[in-house]
Structure formats: C-alpha cells, structure tokens
Design a protein around this ligand. Structure first.
Ligand SMILES: [Zn+2]
Length: 305
C-alpha cells in the first residue's frame, strides 16, 4: 500500500516539485524527466514525458508566479496517470496504456520557479535582484499576493512573439514602463530564459496541441486574432463540456504575446489558455480538489484528441 506522492494540501514550491519528481521517477521508472532549460536564478525547468506515441501534446503551468496552483494540478495528473498505467486501470474511462501507445504527453509543470518561490517563500537577502525587486514591487517586501512575473520583473506570458509590439503599446495605457509584478513584456520577445526555453522546447517537440494552465476564472481561451484552425473551436467545446468551463475570447492587453497566442500564430494548431478556479490570485490550495476534478478528464481528452 503506497501513499500518494504529490501532496495537494500545501503550498507547492520548487523544492516540492523537485522532491516529487524524484519520488515519482523512483516509483514509476517509465516516466522520463528532463531539464529543458534554466531560470534566471539557475533553477531547472523540468519537463516530464509520458508515452511513446506519434500524437504529441504539451501542457505547461505556472507561467505566472501567483498562479502556482497549476503546478500541483499537472503533478497530480502525472501521478494519477502513472499509477493507473502501472496498475493497468482506466481513469474516467480512458486507458492510460492506449494513450501511451497513441500519444506522447510532454508536461512542464513549473515554467517560472523563481517567481513561484518569491511568492511562496518570500524575498531572500541573497537574491541578486533584492533591491530592484522591492522597487519593482512598489516598495513592498510582500510579494505573496501581487507577483506574476519572473525574477527580473518580466511577465513571461507577455514575452512571446505574437503581436508583442501591440502588447508593448498597451502597457503604456496601464502605466507600465518597466519591470514589475505583472504585464511588463520585456525588452523583446523571448528575452527571458524561461519563455525562451518554453518556445524552444515547443519547437523541438513540434506538438499537435498545447494547453497553458493559468488561474483564475474557470474559462478556456481558444483563439488568437482568428488564426486558430477550424477544429480549434470544436475541440475547445469538448474541453468545455468535460470541465464545465465556458469558452471565451480574450480582449485588450491579455490578447497579445501569450504562449498560446504565439503557438496558434506560428503553428496554426489548437492552443488553449485554461484559467482554473475562481476567486482572487493566489487561489488557496483548498480549491485544489475542485480544480483537479474539473480538469482531469480535459487533460486525458487533450492527450488523445
Ligand atoms: Zn496567468
């Protein structure tokens, strides 16, 4: 009788991620864990590979620091999928062994580990950006409720090459002129090691479909400047049906330079931003069970669709 590895009742730091990846790999040796890049502060950007099939999909979480609840969501999915695979059991009617043959699921559970740790562990004295961070955070040393960006104050989900210039123009309207907690798109697209690693990883695996997990709103964004392929809306409707989250299209500043925007623009394939949970970020971990329950079938469906 083995206890579950991924603890979904506590805040989920980079340390928890590393520990759980190690334990999952030990219990389920068929999981492939790789380092697909480094953060500004040299933390590992881990990616997990499940399956060997030709249908490649890519799921990622925690582009935004205060949205760290999306990391345990993906980690719990890895655990439950692997457990069912090893026991040859189905999950919600899906057979992981069939999925394993048909698909390869790539998961990057924590795109922004420096930011997540800033939110959850606070600002440490030896942080090389110590003084800048306080300045960028409107002179506050409390990052726990405000910080979305990476450790250089760049919003990673505004740092992709998809109408990046429009994003830059829109920033001015919000009074954003440089690094800060949210919405600063950086000096140029993919200027940050984290967004660059995600884009390079995407280019290297060439996935058929991507999901970028965020919080909050219980909504699925599926389009980008009407460039999404014809099947994208239908697939989105299937996701909507299994999750209970309605489809929506973004407007204004949030409609540019995000990961899914870039993916849709460059690949003309289905890419989705999924906003989990409801309330004010950071969502409390007490919402985890509902969030997981809403998204488990969506994740299975996205693996085979
Ligand atoms: Zn977000």
């Amino acid at each position: 009788m083995n206890l579950d590895i991924v603890d979904t009742t506590r805040d989920y730091t980079y340390e928890a991620l590393e520990k759980d990846l190690k334990s999952l790999k030990k219990r389920y040796p068929f999981i492939e864990v790789s380092i697909s890049g480094k953060s500004v502060l040299d933390k590992n950007l881990y990616s997990v590979k499940l399956g060997n099939g030709p249908n490649k999909v890519f799921f990622n979480g925690s582009h935004h620091a205060i949205e760290w609840i999306t990391t345990p969501l993906l980690m719990k999915f890895i655990e439950n999928f692997s457990k069912a695979y090893s026991k040859n059991k189905t999950i919600r009617g899906y057979n992981p062994r069939d999925i394993y043959k048909k698909s390869t699921i790539y998961i990057m559970p924590m795109v922004n580990p420096d930011g997540v740790d800033l939110v959850l562990n606070g600002l440490s004295q030896d942080n090389p950006y110590y003084n800048d961070l306080i300045k960028w955070n409107n002179s506050s040393t409390d990052f726990s409720k405000t910080w979305s960006a990476n450790i250089r104050g760049v919003d990673l989900n505004h740092n992709y090459d998809a109408s990046w210039e429009l994003s830059k123009e829109a920033e001015a309207l919000y009074g954003i002129t440089g690094p800060g907690p949210t919405r600063y798109s950086g000096e140029y697209p993919e200027s940050e090691p984290e967004s660059k690693s995600v884009a390079e990883f995407t280019r290297s695996i060439n996935p058929k479909l991507v999901l970028a997990y965020h919080s909050q709103g219980e909504v699925i964004y599926w389009n980008y400047m009407n460039m999404a392929p014809p099947q994208a809306k239908n697939i989105g409707q299937s996701f909507s049906k299994v999750s209970g989250y309605p489809l929506d299209e973004p407007y204004g500043i949030t409609s540019y330079s995000g990961y899914k925007d870039w993916f849709i623009k460059d690949y003309k394939r289905p890419g989705y931003t999924i906003e989990v949970g409801k309330g004010v970020n950071p969502l409390p971990i007490s919402q985890f069970d509902k969030i997981y329950n809403d998204n488990e079938e969506l994740l299975l469906l996205a693996s085979v669709i």
